[in-house]
Design a binder for this molecule. Structure first.
Ligand SMILES: [Zn+2]
Length: 409
């Protein structure tokens, strides 16, 4: 029998969450200013660890068992993990937020946190300090109800999302393997959409090796890597659209030495994306086929895969999470739609493992990774209330509880 979604979170519970988070708004904004004003680009280990320590303290105050996992190579910051135990037999949840930004040291001095006309700015304000605070304050509001409807809820705050999560992915995978549901707190899209699917990405470095020769005296002895690069670029760009949702971009091209030399070497940097696994496998096979069959004789083309994120496909169970988010948002007086976005996040990892995952649950903002990054400060309380209510609703949902039971069988 279908569950009446409204019955899972009573009107008075919803009102209590909203009242609590409305009262907490000044504290949340002060914490946002505190965190935005730390230079914490992925490679700024000290800054990332300052944010990690702050986050670990917050989670410990909420009663979590907190562990800080250091980067074995001591290059990147710590991954913070906090475990909360609740209702026995309830589902197991994973919440993810990242502590790093894409901005170098000095950005805070140039353009510190500001709020003007309800719009907050500053490095990482939307991507994703605001989302991290939605996670922390939303969880705090749920715990304040005295009922955590999850058998186990694990928070991971990772230091390296902006560079593809190289040191935190093993931790994310370990916890996701024992989770029934995952929520990623990247911010909502600029139009307020949450995210139920993300493209997967593959990064390539394509090296083209020809043979140098004098361009005027004996050009016939040369094999132009630049001519072959032209063929490869056209072929790579033509992959876009051959499968629905596939895009391919040669973003960097470097090679040759002088006009009077037949070019010996060219390097291309390529970004390939796909919305589903089948299309990604087909498109990556096509990249290798292009490399294996150069147009210019005797030239060698090698396409090296540097990094891969499988697509975050919308799983059938994810629909249930979207229904909860939409039903709760409507009761809170706004509407949300779910969307597919082109960028990858840690949600690609959890969804790729088959864990129903929703992303984009933070406040509303846009122009991430640019100096014009902005956050709609008025969206903080509604979205944090939505997130807290979503935790209660999914934890109590008999259908989600049944996912846990099925995992035990
Ligand atoms: Zn992010």
């Amino acid at each position: 029998m279908p569950t009446d979604l409204t019955s899972l979170v009573a009107d008075r519970d919803l009102a209590a969450l909203r009242a609590r988070l409305t009262a907490a708004e000044p504290d949340l904004l002060a914490d946002l200013e505190r965190l935005v004003n730390v230079d914490c680009g992925s490679y700024t280990r000290e800054g990332v660890n300052e944010v990690a320590a702050w986050t670990a303290d917050f989670l410990a105050r909420l009663g979590g068992e907190v562990t800080r996992h250091a980067d074995p190579a001591a290059a990147l910051g710590d991954t913070v993990e906090a475990v909360f135990r609740g209702a026995a037999g309830g589902p197991r949840a994973l919440l993810i937020g990242h502590t790093d930004t894409v901005f170098p040291v000095g950005t805070v001095a140039e353009r510190p946190f500001r709020v003007a006309d309800g719009i907050a700015t500053g490095p990482g304000v939307t991507d994703m300090k605001a989302g991290l605070l939605t996670l922390l304050y939303g969880l705090e509001a749920v715990l304040a109800t005295g009922q955590l409807p999850f058998e186990r809820l694990t928070v991971i705050a990772n230091p390296d999302e902006e560079i593809g999560s190289p040191v935190s992915t093993p931790h994310v995978r370990r916890v996701a393997a024992e989770s029934d549901v995952a929520f990623v707190l990247e911010c909502a899209r600029a139009n307020g959409d949450i995210v139920s699917a993300r493209k997967g990405t593959v990064d390539y470095v394509v090296t083209i090796t020809g043979r140098a020769a004098h361009a005027g005296v004996e050009p016939e002895k040369g094999r132009s890597a630049i001519l072959e690069a032209a063929h490869q670029v056209v072929g790579l760009h033509a992959l876009a659209g051959q499968w629905p949702g596939v895009t391919c971009n040669v973003g960097v091209i470097e090679g040759g030495t002088r006009p009077n030399v037949v070019a010996e070497r060219v390097v291309l940097e390529v970004d390939l994306r796909a919305v589903d696994r089948v299309a990604m496998e087909a498109a990556t096979a096509a990249v290798q086929a292009l490399a294996a069959a150069p147009t210019v004789p005797d030239v060698v083309v090698a396409a090296a895969e540097i990094h891969r994120h499988w697509p975050m496909e919308k799983l059938p169970r994810t629909r249930r999470l979207v229904e909860h988010a939409q039903a709760l948002a409507a009761r809170l007086g706004f509407s949300v739609r779910d969307a597919t976005t082109g960028g990858a996040s840690d949600a690609n990892t959890t969804a790729g493992m088959g864990v129903p995952t929703l992303d984009g649950l933070g406040p509303i903002g846009g122009l991430d990774h640019s100096p014009d990054e902005w956050l709609d400060a008025k969206s903080i309380v509604p979205r944090t209330t939505l997130f807290a209510a979503l935790l209660l609703a999914t934890g109590r949902d008999p259908e989600v509880v049944a996912w846990r039971a099925a995992a035990l069988r």
